[in-house]
Design a binder for this molecule. Structure first.
Ligand code: SF4
Length: 495
């Protein structure tokens, strides 16, 4: 039996981390596999427990693991995980510095594709898991003891001074055969920071996506595959989280849970029947929301309170160039339906394209106001190095530090804007949208939506000190004069 330590690296950024803390689900799945294989397992969430790299080092030295495993990983989406890669690599280098005999393993989308770069430049990494990681980890832990890693599909490593990549492993046929080791988490770390607040968990109900959006890593990472879990098993897992771990919010972190309408309706019916006291947050594509107009009352009854959709850009031409398969009218219709059925909507609008100008930025902010989601986010277009978008825009890339690939830091320099301009434009989009939105929300009667949205505004505008403070930095010289005061608005005198 070996000692296996899984570490979520101490990486933090503005964005998803200001509205909540999510458990490291992918590491919990790996922890489950390692335990099932008979090993002694610990999971350390340095992303959320406040650890520094020095704390990580102390922990590794104290526990004396045989294996240390990290992933490129952000808790809410596999699509933006590249930003965590440097922290994961440093974590593994620290493990090697503590004891060179510790076997170090990294996995996730970015290492899957850039394994050569990682193994060439980072001697602290012994193995890269490429693709779906659970069964590969099981095989690697076993083979490492017998010196037969050459037979393990889905890994890359160094041998005789060469980098070797074994063949990829087929995907797991039945996703319900793997279970996260929920009992290894410190549940006090995970909470949703939006009123009515509560303990947060995340689950996967499907894996993969077959769509071909040029900026997204899911299709490439999952090789165009989409697999769904049995809805009954998903419900069982939700029940465990609610009843054993007192979870009150669950995020479905799969990007496309609604693809199979019949299965999805079965999932909703089971949730409605179970009447569990839990709120659900999720994302899906706008065409499925339009398709499911007649099912939206079931979405609501099943406990779905918050729906994220990728509106992505403000024009049909840009949507087409991103191969999104949607148009602005579909975005508008889907957001209208969510409003009609009283489900909180969140939509993203990317900025910072090579063709970006101050005029197109203003158009994007205006389109966000016209589409009127409850919450708008404005990610900076970020060419993850293994996406189709990367090849299209690589001559405009000005930032090569992967830790900055967090959707908040401009990476591409537009032809007619500087990187600083893009950063200011990003803050301007937030300010423009929310100065409108806060006035609208202030007019709402007191109730779930008004309180939910004011607490979301509060989290976004809070000063996070040296952890992250995006909006104030981005505006440079402070809030614009037309930005309403949050407290005045909340008290109902700001309309
Ligand atoms: S729909 Fe597009 S953006 Fe969403 S996961 Fe699939 S490929 Fe990615």
């Amino acid at each position: 039996m070996a000692k296996v330590l899984l570490i979520a690296p101490p990486y933090r950024c503005w964005g998803v981390q200001v509205i909540g803390t999510w458990p490291p689900l992918q590491l919990a799945y790996l922890a489950g596999i390692a335990e099932e294989s008979g090993h002694e397992v610990r999971l350390v969430d340095a992303m959320n427990n406040g650890y520094s790299f020095e704390d990580v080092k102390t922990d590794i030295a104290a526990w004396e693991p045989d294996f240390v495993i990290s992933l490129d990983y952000l808790p809410v989406s596999g699509a933006i995980s590249t930003a965590t890669v440097p922290a994961a690599l440093e974590t593994l280098a620290i493990a090697k510095s503590v004891d060179p005999s510790i076997v170090t393993i990294i996995g996730g989308p970015h290492p899957t594709f850039l394994y050569e770069e990682i193994l060439r430049d980072h001697p602290g990494v012994d193995y890269v898991i490429r693709g779906e990681s659970e069964e590969t980890l099981r095989a690697l832990l076993a083979a490492s003891a017998t010196g037969t890693v050459g037979d393990v599909a889905g890994i890359a490593y160094r041998a005789d001074g060469e980098i070797v990549a074994n063949p990829m492993r087929p995907h797991i046929a039945d996703l319900d055969t793997i279970t996260p080791a929920w009992h290894l988490l410190d549940w006090s770390l995970y909470h949703y920071n939006i009123e009515p607040w509560g303990r947060m968990a995340s689950i996967l109900t499907t894996r993969g996506c077959m769509m071909g959006c040029s900026f997204c890593s899911h299709r490439a990472f999952w090789r165009g595959d989409w697999r769904a879990r049995n809805p009954e098993k998903v419900l069982d897992e939700i029940r465990v989280l609610v009843e054993q771990y007192d979870v009150e919010f669950i995020t479905l972190i799969d990007p496309y849970p609604t693809h199979d309408r019949d299965r999805w309706e079965r999932q909703l019916d089971l949730l409605i029947e179970a009447k569990l006291p839990v709120h659900l947050l999720m994302e899906t594509r706008v065409e499925d929301i339009i398709r499911d107009e007649d099912l939206l009352p079931k979405y609501k009854a099943a406990g779905i309170i918050h729906m994220y959709v990728g509106a992505e850009t403000s024009t049909d031409e840009m949507l087409e160039s991103l191969n999104k398969g949607t148009d602005v009218d579909m975005n508008k219709r889907a957001l209208e339906l969510l409003r009609e059925y009283d489900i909180m909507s969140e939509a993203s609008f990317m900025i910072g394209f090579p063709s970006e100008t101050w005029e197109t930025v203003a158009h994007t902010a205006a389109e966000a106001i016209r589409l009127n989601p409850d919450i708008a986010v404005f990610p900076v277009i970020t060419p993850m190095p293994f996406t189709p978008l990367y090849d299209e825009v690589k001559d405009r890339i000005r930032v090569t530090d992967y830790s900055k690939y967090n959707l908040m830091t401009p990476i591409l320099e537009p032809y007619e804007m500087s990187l600083d301009d893009v950063y200011r434009a990003l803050a301007k989009c937030y300010m423009t949208f929310y100065s409108h939105k806060m006035r609208e929300v202030a007019e709402l009667p007191d109730g779930f939506k008004r309180r939910y949205m004011f607490s979301a505004f509060e989290q976004m505008m809070k000063d996070y000190g040296d952890r992250f403070d995006f909006l104030r930095e981005g505006m440079g010289d402070g809030m614009p004069s037309d930005m309403p005061d949050l407290e005045t608005m909340r008290r109902g005198h700001g309309g």
